[in-house]
Design a protein around this ligand. Sequence first.
Ligand SMILES: Cc1cc2nc3c(=O)[nH]c(=O)nc-3n(C[C@H](O)[C@H](O)[C@H](O)COP(=O)(O)OP(=O)(O)OC[C@H]3O[C@@H](n4cnc5c(N)ncnc54)[C@H](O)[C@@H]3O)c2cc1C
Length: 453
Amino acid sequence: MRLDDAGRLVIVGAGQAGALLALLLGRAGHDVTVYESRPDLRRVDIDAGRSINLALATRGIVPLIDAGVIADVDSITIPMRGRMVHAAGDPTPDLQPYGSNPHEVIHSVSRSDLNAILLDAAEATGNVHIEFDARIASVDLDTSELRFTDGRAEPFGVVFGADGAGSRVRKAMAAAGSCEFATEWLDHDYKELTLPPDENGRHRLDPNALHIWPRGEFMLIALANPEGDFTVTLFAPKTTFAELVDASEVDRFFDEEFPGFARLLPDLAVQFLENPIGPLGTMRATGWSHEGRAVIVGDAAHAIVPFHGQGMNAALESVRALDRHMRNQPDDLDSAFRAFEAERKPDADAIADMALSNYVEMRAGVIDPNYLAKRELALELEQRHPEHLRPRYNMVMFSTMPYAEALSRATAQSALIESALADPTIDIDAMVRALAPLPSNDPLADPTALSIS
Ligand SMILES: Cc1cc2nc3c(=O)[nH]c(=O)nc-3n(C[C@H](O)[C@H](O)[C@H](O)COP(=O)(O)OP(=O)(O)OC[C@H]3O[C@@H](n4cnc5c(N)ncnc54)[C@H](O)[C@@H]3O)c2cc1C
């Protein structure tokens, strides 16, 4: 199948992945139709007044630079220099910088504002038509038809499944025998709250940090929004949520576990009882395409838990990789899609594993003296041997090194650091110098692309 005579190009889903893919295809001159089940978020407040934000890092920034939208994105981001750790029983929070380089910051960005920028840019190509309130019920790969929940059917030449973790396109490919997938659910859930600005419209906490209240089995985190509010998320075992069913239980829990935070949010129990609980899972799929006529990308192909702040970053990185493979092999989409999966599947599995292990690091590690000693030594070694060692977090967040390589390097580094802490007489510097040199970043990875103050 050739891209140019494949017939109708259809994207299911106008989230971050679908909107970026539409922009890249539209910019290359292809006519694209996007079907999105929700209303147009640029016209309707679909988050019921809540502002939900995400951490944007280098892997997400590079595709946004490539797509030409980074200047618009810059106006909606807030830099976060490190983790502000609010330890239990300690009224003074502790800032743990993410890196020793001032540009090693991550950026808080509104999910819907970023999506709106991508949708506007996609439509501005003149080649992208987006239909909202259009929910796909099923995909018929035999007749190349999409069936909608309102009963109508539309043909497609190639269908791109950017329809998130519960992807209908993936389910159709699985039914056709091209794809196998499984979701592993955590026994922890999450709930989002909003910490409004103070009476002067200012942030009630330092906006330039990612706030964490680690409590061992559960944690609270907060990321700032430009309007002065914070999006706050409680991650906790399902059993904890099951106990928090009335206002007095909610107030007691927050007063005991997060007293400093509870004082800042008088309507905490009201919000808590009103807002939905979300599940957390890792979806791994094998077989991301079907005969050059269907392919999945973003969460539809690799949904992960949010503890490394990488799901959207990985989705944007995957869209750019898919676009590159289609441009490399425009005459053979089947091969292009297979090459895309061959490149990205090991990376998707690696970031899925790292995201799971980062939950333990965030809710317990950041206050564990052993973890802190390892992190400090890793940062020191990075200063002494910047061409051979980078802490894992920094390889994931501030580089474009393939995730699988970041994971294997991090495993080797961690073993070295543990042996140096156990035996201070070993020549750790010689061991680090023996590690293979770090690869250079993507040439587009400009650390100054987004403002950091
Ligand atoms: C609590 C939480 C915090 C997170 N924090 C971060 C973070 O800090 N950094 C980060 O990088 N990532 C984070 N993520 C992950 C991130 O949200 C996802 O990885 C990212 O949104 C994936 O983008 P996507 O476009 O692939 O999928 P989605 O954003 O899920 O988009 C899929 C789109 O498809 C539409 N759709 C679905 N089904 C249909 C259908 N049948 N017909 C038509 N349309 C359909 C949906 O309405 C949606 O618009 C977080 C996730 C959670 C849950």
